[in-house]
Design a protein around this ligand. Sequence first.
Ligand SMILES: Cc1ncc(COP(=O)(O)O)c(C=O)c1O
Length: 460
Amino acid sequence: MAYKTIIEPFRIHTVQAIDLPDLAVRRAALERSGYNLFGLQAHEVIIDLLTDSGTGAMSSEQWAGMMRGDETYAGSRSFFRFEETVRDITGFDHIIPTHQGRAAEKILFSVAVKQGDVVPNNTHFDTTRANVEYQGAEALDIVAPGGTDPAKVLPFKGNIDIDRLRDTLANAEAGAVPLVMITVTNNSGGGQPVSMENIRQAREVCDEFGVPLFLDACRFAENAWFIKIREDGYADKTPRDIAREMFSYAHGATMSAKKDGLSNIGGFLALNDSEWAMSARNLLILTEGFPTYGGLAGYDLEAIAIGLKEALDENYLRYRIRSTEYLANTIFDGGMPIVQPPGGHAVYLDAAALLPHIPAHEYPAQSLAIELYRAGGVRGVEIGTVMFGRVDPNGGPDEPAAMELVRLAIPRRTYTQSHIDYVAEVVIDVANRADRLGGYRIVEQAPWLRHFTARFEPIS
Ligand SMILES: Cc1ncc(COP(=O)(O)O)c(C=O)c1O
C-alpha cells in the first residue's frame, strides 16, 4: 500500500451500542463492586479491555455459516467441516472438539499426566497450570532469559529456554515428564511470540528424550504473523504455511477457539497418538459430549471452522498486530511505561515503574486499573500482587508478584481506531498525574483466585 495508515480490513455490518456511563455512575459502580473491576456490569463500562477471549466480532461469513449448522447428534456435517479445517491447518490426525480451551487441557492432562509428573512450558496460562496441578503434577515455567524483564526488547521473548528444557528432561525420572508444552503466543509472559527456530529446537530436545511436544495454540495465527515479520526466511511465506510448519514440530495441540478461532465459544484437542486420542474421546463423552460435537452446537463448529481460516488472512493479521502496536507506542510516547515490545493481543502497563510510591502490598496495578476505569470507563485487568501475590498466613503484607502489570487486551475486530485513540488519551491522562494515585487494601478475599471477588478500599 502506498499510504502508511493501517485501516481496519472490514466495514461494519451490524452495530452494538455501548453505554457511556458518566463519572457519577462509574464512581457508584466502583463503590458497589468493592473496587473490583470483575464486579462491573457491561453497561457500566465504555471500552472493555478485560480480555480478548470470546469477546471479538464474528464476520458475516461466520454468521452465514451458523445458519448451516447441522445439529445432528452423531456425525453432523458441521463436525466434518470443522474437522477438515482443523486438520488442514494443524496436520494432526485426531481432532476432538471441546467447549473451550480449558476443557481440552483437562482432558489431555487427565489422559497423559499423573501424580508427581512435571510438565515444562514456556509459561503456563493460569487454567493450564491449574489443570496440571489438579493431576498432582508440577507445572514448570521455563521461559528463555529476558522473558520476564518488562523493559527488555527481544523479537521472540516468549521462547522456551532450550537449555533448561534439556536439563529438566535429563534429570527427570524416566516417564516423569509426560509431555512438554509451548504456549504461542505466550499470554502470561506478555503475549510475546515464540520463534520457529525455538519450536524446532524444542522438538529436537523432546526427540532426544522420547517426550511428545504440544502447543497451547490459542494465538497460533498471531504467532505465525510475528514469525513472518521478524524471523529470517519467513517474509515470503503465508501465515497458513507458517502455522502449518509450527504445528508440524508438535505431536498435538490444545486450542481455545475464543482467541484465533475468532469465535465466541469453543476449542479443541488435536493430536497424533491414537491411544491417547481414544482415551480422550472416552473422557469427552463423559464430560463434554459425543466426539462429533464435544459440548458445542453444530453452528459453533461452523463459526470456528470459518474463523480459523479468517484468522490466517494477511490483511487481518497485519491490522491486528499493527493496531496493538499503535496503542502501545502512543501511550509509551505519552509517558506510560509498558512491557516491551508490545505483544499480539494486549498491551501491558508497567504499574511498578509508573507508581514507585505505592508498595506491592498496596496493589499499584489495581490502583492503576481502577483509575483508568474511574477516569475514562476503560476496563483492564490487574496482573500483579492481587492476582499472583502470596498471602501471609500471619497477617503480614503479601509476598509480591514478580511484576505489577495492568493488561489491556484488545478484542478482535471489535473496536475502531477512534476507540483506541480514546483509550490512549485516558491512559496518558492517568500517567501524567500518576503521583496523585494512592494504594488500596483488601477488606474481603476468597482463599483462592481472590482477584475475581476480593473487595478493596482506598488507603487515603
Ligand atoms: C494461553 C491460553 N491458554 C489457555 C486458555 C484457556 O482457554 P479458555 O478460556 O477457552 O478455557 C487461555 C485463555 O485465555 C489462554 O490465553
